[in-house]
Design a protein around this ligand. Structure first.
Ligand SMILES: Cc1cc2nc3c(=O)[nH]c(=O)nc-3n(C[C@H](O)[C@H](O)[C@H](O)COP(=O)(O)O)c2cc1C
Length: 198
């Protein structure tokens, strides 16, 4: 295998979600790193080159604003029998741990030519580019949707229009030096693939 293939395979196969409980709360990501990662995001493919992806970056006190808002939205939209005090309080803990939140949203093709599903797929490719960037930049994070990402309350909090749609939030930080790599599993591609010869 040539070196480039090895590097590529490693970047893709070693990509992983790192959760805020594994972040070092004393270290924050430099804004310029977030900017570089978003430059990687925008090289995703899109049908008709509509480039439907958009981002909102919450940083510094903005991280607290974000998690406070989510906390209250969670409380307001969750039926009383499903409400978890632990989950509610986790939003406050996350505000302490998370360095930056990157909200990923998409804007529908204004000409109405490209179907929404294609715009969602394209924005998903941008999401993967972000994920693939983490390790090389020494950061960690995960993409979250949870039970409230697609609510009207979150849409309104973010000030989005009817043409825009939230896909989810990256919660980012610097992994703790003692973080253990988790065991990740996948169903082999061979079990997911049908080859058709004629
Ligand atoms: C569209 C999407 C939504 C996700 N939403 C959540 C979520 O709400 N909560 C969560 O813990 N993880 C969420 N994840 C991250 C997954 O938990 C994670 O990708 C999965 O466990 C596989 O782990 P890996 O990313 O390390 O391979 C989401 C991932 C994707 C792609």
């Amino acid at each position: 295998m040539n070196n480039q293939i090895e590097i590529l395979n490693k970047i893709i196969r070693d990509r992983q979600s790192v959760f805020p409980s594994s972040f070092d709360p004393h270290r924050k990501i430099e804004d310029k790193v977030i900017k570089e990662i978003l430059e990687n995001a925008i090289w995703a493919p899109s049908h008709g080159l509509t480039q439907p992806w958009f981002f909102k970056v919450f940083y510094s006190k903005g991280v607290y604003t974000f998690f406070e808002a989510l906390k209250e939205i969670y409380k307001s939209v969750t039926p009383i029998d499903k409400f978890s005090e632990i989950k509610y309080n986790k939003y406050t803990q996350k505000a302490e741990l998370v360095s930056h939140v990157v909200v990923v949203y998409m804007k529908k093709d204004p000409r109405g030519i490209i179907p929404e599903i294609e715009e969602i797929v394209a924005t998903g490719c941008a999401i993967q580019n972000i994920y693939l960037s983490f390790k090389s930049y020494g950061i960690g994070g995960y993409f979250s949707t949870g039970s409230i990402a697609y609510t009207k309350q979150v849409h309104d909090f973010l000030g989005l229009t009817d043409e825009e749609k939230v896909l989810g939030f990256f919660q980012l930080g610097i992994p703790d030096a003692n973080m253990k790599e988790k065991q990740r599993k996948r169903i082999p591609a061979s079990e997911k693939t049908t080859w058709i010869s004629e």
